[in-house]
Write a protein that binds this ligand. Structure first.
Ligand code: NAI
Length: 214
């Protein structure tokens, strides 16, 4: 299977399949037909079949999908079958909320260090147990703990320089919350997360459906 040839739109739908399958497993469902999965996910059965066919023949005629198997396979495709250690830069409101959110650990993402430049935050212990480290120690820390993933939630003016420092230390994947597009080498992958864009989409959906409402 060549993951590179799979359309991005399909990859973007996989986390949703993964979440639904997780919920099905939690409620004790062992197998599910594509029709039922389609009903629950509000996606056509043919879309589901087309999506999953990119990764091999998961379903069986007359049987449907084996929930746990499909869950594990999608998890493997998403790289969730291993622990993904990461560091995080910016122990402000957003950084702290993310660090303290336990569900990422359940998905295999382990935040092993949090950095900030604010002397009032450095040395503080977060609810998740991490102690905020001085950003000045970033290079030394990454030399000792060569992780490949990092998150950034700092003002956009400071983000490019910090991202470059991370990349110089071998980081290859950046979860970027700063409101700026990072220009980084091609071998570095960046996932931009902009909650305000999601809110604007919601605004569009609402106002286009209810044009008379305030
Ligand atoms: P905040 O002001 O509470 O935290 C920012 C933290 O970054 C501060 O603790 C500050 O000391 C630290 N910082 C600044 N420059 C740094 C550097 N060079 N190295 C290390 N630490 C540094 O802000 P908040 O609310 O946590 O938001 C963080 C950033 O994320 C903001 O820039 C904000 O615009 C952005 N944001 C993005 C969202 C999104 O959906 N993408 C949603 C909310 C905020």
């Amino acid at each position: 299977m060549d993951v590179k040839s799979i359309p991005n739109t399909v990859i973007r739908r996989l986390p949703r399949y993964y979440r639904f399958l997780d919920e099905l497993m939690e409620s004790g469902v062992e197998r599910i037909s594509s029709a039922e999965l389609s009903r629950r996910m509000n996606v056509t059965a043919s879309q589901i079949r087309q999506d999953l066919n990119h990764f091999g023949a998961f379903g069986q005629q007359g049987y449907g999908y084996h929930v746990e198997y499909l869950y594990q396979e999608i998890g493997r495709i998403l790289g969730l079958d291993r622990v993904n250690e990461m560091v995080f830069i910016g122990a402000g409101n957003l950084g702290r909320a993310l660090a303290n959110y336990g569900n990422f650990v359940k998905r295999g993402f382990q935040m092993i260090a949090m950095f900030d430049q604010n002397p009032e935050l450095i040395g503080k212990t977060l609810a998740c147990g991490l102690v905020v480290r001085d950003i000045a120690e970033l290079e030394a820390f990454l030399a000792e703990h060569p992780v490949r993933m990092a998150g950034i939630a700092i003002p956009k003016t400071n983000a490019p320089a910090v991202a470059e420092r991370l990349v110089a230390c071998g980081v290859k994947a950046i979860w970027n919350f700063a409101h700026t597009d990072l220009a980084l080498p091609d071998d570095v992958v960046v996932e931009n997360v902009h909650l305000s864009e999601s809110l604007m989409e919601l605004s569009y959906l609402y106002h286009s459906r209810y044009p008379e409402e305030p």
